[in-house]
Design a protein around this ligand. Structure first.
Ligand code: BT5
Length: 247
């Protein structure tokens, strides 16, 4: 199932026409010691979102998972998710689509002025390591590229629907190049993220087991946590589901 993809990518690429989940395959490779590898597929039959949610990944999309072994602490791992969201949003914008970033792991297209959006891409970050050191990190990126939005769940849109098809080979190459540049320059991630963030300035609700946080999203920290101004003062959250509330 593995063929040469002919990409000039900063990562060595294992390509599959069809696979269960590129993140699951990347995990196998990571536990075998792989690094700087990308698993790319045309179609996933068991694509995954966060919290075991299903991710629709028909043929025509860009489904890719990158394995790296960075010298960072687990607390900095959210920066990798932000780096991926910036890489994806910038590449999608080059394709002529007004892509913006919804914290923490979505690339979306704004609808109206109220923080509404349609989802164009998502990120699933997984890692292994100890409290002071990450052993490996997998950043799974799913981009609805050359797909009809009507074949995806409600609320999804695609590059095809917004601007027409992309050359997927060149497109994946751009995404991987951009991701590589940002993971090698982590200080550039947050400034680039701020420029494309749809979540900043929004009233949000973050759902957490420890209790929801409601307030205005005002910034992200240097490690990628969201800063929220609440009635009880400023709070930061490093992960969670984020809902944009109507003003
Ligand atoms: C995500 O989860 O957004 C992470 C998606 C990561 C997918 C990539 S593809 C390559 C790699 N291999 C994998 O198996 N996964 C990664 P989350 O924030 O939990 O959002 C999931 C929700 O998005 C679902 O519950 C649906 O409502 C919705 N959804 C499912 N498929 C979608 C799609 N193709 N486009 C837009 N929304 C979708």
């Amino acid at each position: 199932s593995t063929v040469e993809y002919g990409l000039e990518a900063p990562f060595s690429v294992e390509y599959h026409e069809s696979i269960g989940s590129t993140n699951a395959r990347a995990r196998e490779l990571a536990t075998e010691g792989a690094s700087n590898m990308a698993v790319l597929a045309d179609e996933q039959t068991g694509g995954r979102g966060r919290l075991e949610r299903a991710w629709s990944a028909p043929s025509g999309g860009v489904w890719v998972s990158v394995v790296t072994r960075p010298e960072i602490t687990p607390a900095q791992a959210p920066l990798y998710t932000l780096a991926a969201s910036v890489a994806m949003a910038r590449s999608i914008r080059e394709a002529g689509v007004d892509a913006r970033i919804k914290w923490p792991n979505d690339v979306v297209i704004p609808v109206g002025e109220d923080g509404d959006y349609q989802k164009l891409a998502g990120i699933l970050t997984e890692m292994e390591g100890e409290t002071d050191r990450v052993e490996w990190i997998i950043v799974g990126m799913g981009i609805n590229a050359n797909i009809d939005a009507e074949s995806l769940p409600e609320g999804a849109t695609t590059i095809r629907d917004e601007a027409g098809d992309v050359d997927r080979r060149l497109f994946v190459q751009r995404v991987l190049e951009e991701f590589d540049a940002y993971r090698n320059d982590l200080e550039a991630v947050v400034p680039a993220w701020r420029e494309l963030a749809l979540t900043l300035g929004q009233r949000v609700r973050i759902e957490r087991a420890a209790g929801d946080i409601v307030g205005e999203a005002v910034d992200v920290t240097s490690s990628g946590a969201l800063v929220i101004e609440t009635e009880e003062g400023e709070k930061t959250v490093s992960a969670g589901d984020c809902e944009h509330l109507r003003p």
